[in-house]
Write a protein that binds this ligand. Structure first.
Ligand code: UFG
Length: 327
């Protein structure tokens, strides 16, 4: 069974490749290395370096490899940048996926698991958030992911494409081996930023607002371990190959932690005190985002294994401690 992983040198992609290989799949990775890392690609995967927006590049893969399903992570994902350069996001994320879907159609590859996001919802109507809740993204990044979901829907109705879109909440943690982990440049995510303090890369952490309508005033998020996300992709591939219908699933732990709680947990795990400064709210941050992942549990049989924030941060810390400068 051969799986093509687009963006397989990135954070969630590389962890999914590790899981696929551990589960006996033959893996082909394609990545343009704009944000990915060669070192993150498992040595048993076959790597093609190039851009999915280039028709010849993607065509060549489908012509040379016999692909049963595609897992698609290749996208830009920095929310703030997406607000400054919206067309850059439409071009890479939406246009790139369009070229991919055209090529899949041409080569009769029917199954795709797509990396979507909780940012598709925007400001939630209620928490926990369910898949049928209103989707009104408050940033271009979330909008491009939602547009891709719609594009896949229409392509599935017209041409029989089969897709699963997985809307992740806050991906975090690192592979248990500590060989791969999170390495973004610039880093914007809370946990790696916090861990830069005990790693002596930063002196303090700025909390973006402590006047939210939450128990301690700081934003609440649903932190889900990257290996649990990776496992969900494999279940989604199996679901599609077993005849499951196209669908959308949330992936989160269903438990919310505030920024302060995450910092406290990181202090406990690392044994370092982490100085904090209260800063201004970051534009577009909802107070509370927590997933209902009941649908993924019921239909895909997904069971996230990393439940508590300490054990998630522990894996992230092992990675960052061993790789203070990333890959
Ligand atoms: N935060 C701080 N200080 C920092 C960094 C983050 O206080 O230095 C806070 C944020 O304000 C937010 C929380 O920590 O309240 C988590 O922030 P992240 O940037 O780690 O994650 P987000 O919740 O903003 O974003 C994540 C994904 C996005 C996705 C979004 C969906 O990283 O890709 O969830 O809601 F779009």
């Amino acid at each position: 069974m051969s799986i093509l992983v687009l963006g397989g040198a990135g954070y969630i992609g590389s962890h999914t490749v590790y899981e696929l290989i551990d589960n006996g799949y033959n893996v082909v990775v394609a990545d343009n290395m704009s944000t990915g890392h060669k070192e993150a690609v498992h040595s048993s995967a076959k790597l093609y370096i190039g851009d999915i927006r280039k028709e010849e590049f993607i065509e060549n893969i489908f012509e040379n490899e016999s692909i049963d399903a595609v897992i698609h992570f290749a996208a830009f994902s920095v929310v703030s940048e997406s607000m400054e350069e919206p067309l850059k996001y439409y071009n890479n994320n939406v246009y790139g996926t369009m070229v991919l879907l055209q090529s899949m159609e041409k080569h009769n590859v029917k199954n795709i698991v797509f990396s979507s996001t909780a940012a598709a919802y925007g400001e939630p109507q209620k928490v926990p958030i369910s898949e049928n809740d209103k989707t009104e993204p408050t940033n271009t990044y979330g909008q491009t992911k939602l547009s891709i979901e719609k594009m896949m829907k229409w392509q599935s109705l017209a041409k029989g494409l089969k897709f699963v879109a997985l809307r992740y909440f806050n991906a975090c943690g690192a592979h248990i081996s500590a060989n791969i982990g999170e390495d973004h440049s610039p880093e914007t995510h809370l946990i790696p930023i916090i861990l830069q303090v005990p790693n002596k890369k930063r002196e303090f952490i700025t909390i973006f607002g402590n006047d939210y309508n939450t128990p301690d005033g700081t934003c609440i998020r649903d932190y889900i371990h990257v290996t649990d996300l990776a496992k969900a992709h494999i279940l989604a591939v199996k679901y599609l190959l077993n005849g499951g219908k196209s669908d959308i699933f949330n992936l989160g732990n269903g438990i919310g932690f505030s920024v302060k709680e995450v910092i406290n947990a990181a202090e406990k795990v690392t044994g370092f005190e982490i100085p904090k400064v209260i800063g201004k709210r970051r534009l577009g941050d909802p107070a509370k985002l927590v997933a209902s992942s009941q649908k993924a549990k019921d239909i895909l049989g997904w069971k996230p294994e990393f439940k508590d924030i300490d054990s998630i941060i522990q894996t992230a810390w092992q990675w960052h401690k061993n790789h203070p400068n990333g890959y």
